[in-house]
Design a binder for this molecule. Structure first.
Ligand SMILES: NC(=O)c1ccc[n+]([C@@H]2O[C@H](COP(=O)([O-])OP(=O)(O)OC[C@H]3O[C@@H](n4cnc5c(N)ncnc54)[C@H](OP(=O)(O)O)[C@@H]3O)[C@@H](O)[C@H]2O)c1
Length: 264
């Protein structure tokens, strides 16, 4: 099948992957992914602690993209190298910084399901391959002029706003617990400030905005694939979390939405 880049393998895999994104969307209406925390796995089967689970699941994000990227013939051009830096910054935060800074309540049982790790590996491998192959070889728009293209500039602004919102919201959540939480401290509290003024899950809104920004600034369908997976995963997850907050805290702010301010 050749319908996008002219590379049969790439185009066929991309078409199949959009089908995979649709399956994730449908399955997320039957329950959210069991990667630890309040929605962690309760059934039998291999489970990891939250910190280890996140590092192990996200690690292909730091490996597949650079490996495929440096096999491409445009790898040493300025625009592709810029996207490599954005990617490595994003996945260093996701795979290393965020998990290692997490404050885990003592006595929490391991509930990061291994089947979620496997699904994460598949998604990140596809995502890394699609974007790296397109950016360093198959895409033909990344000349030096791309730096002044409105799609690049607009996408970069959206990306940076989303990334900042994600990090700021993760920091507010982390600081709800003391650096070394005691077992009798309440595990969950109501977060206030920043994006939490408007929605229950600004960290997910920030993640979605980052991927919107990445898709716009690279203008490629491989990035749209991961945006679709991220939205399919995080919008229903935000709705479950919002419902959980309302059920567990009588004084939860009524005006807050789940993930899109004033709308959803
Ligand atoms: N790209 C994607 O598809 C994708 C998918 C999932 C997540 N992410 C990103 O990964 C990051 C983590 O996401 P997540 O879903 O695991 O986490 P989360 O629910 O935001 O929790 C993150 C950390 O904060 C703690 N926490 C959450 N709510 C709290 C509260 N009300 N009071 C006290 N502590 C609280 C959690 O503790 P517990 O573990 O004890 O609950 C956990 O340590 C986010 O930035 C998210 O956007 C991205």
């Amino acid at each position: 099948m050749q319908w996008y880049t002219g590379n049969t393998f790439y185009d066929t895999l991309l078409a199949l992957s959009f089908g995979y994104a649709l399956i994730i969307l449908i399955s997320s209406f039957f329950g959210t992914a069991q990667y630890g925390g309040r929605f962690g796995a309760k059934s039998k089967g291999l489970k990891l602690g939250s910190k280890v689970g996140w590092v192990v699941m996200e690690f292909p994000g730091l490996l597949v993209f650079p490996i495929v990227f440096f096999m491409g013939e445009n790898a040493l051009q300025p625009v592709p190298l810029f996207f490599l830096c954005v990617w490595m910054m994003h996945y260093s935060n996701r795979a290393l910084i965020t998990p290692l800074l997490m404050r885990v309540q003592p006595g929490t049982t391991s509930s990061f399901a291994f089947n979620v790790v496997l699904a994460g590996w598949l998604t990140l491998t596809l995502h890394g391959y699609f974007n790296a192959a397109y950016i360093s070889e198959l895409g033909d728009q990344y000349t030096i002029d791309w730096f002044s293209d409105p799609r690049f500039i607009g996408g970069l602004v959206i990306y940076l706003c989303g990334f900042s919102l994600n990090i700021h919201s993760d920091t507010i959540l982390r600081n709800l617990r003391s650096p070394n939480p005691s077992p009798d401290e309440p595990r969950y509290k109501i977060p206030y400030g920043g994006g939490f003024k408007f929605v229950s899950c600004p960290q997910y809104l920030g993640e979605i905005m980052s991927f919107v920004g990445f898709a716009v600034m690279t203008w490629n369908l491989g990035a749209v694939f991961v945006l679709a997976i991220t939205m399919a995963n995080l919008i229903p997850r935000a709705m479950y979390t919002h419902k959980w907050f309302r059920k567990n805290f009588d004084n939860y702010p009524r005006e807050r939405k789940a993930v899109i301010p004033f709308i959803l």
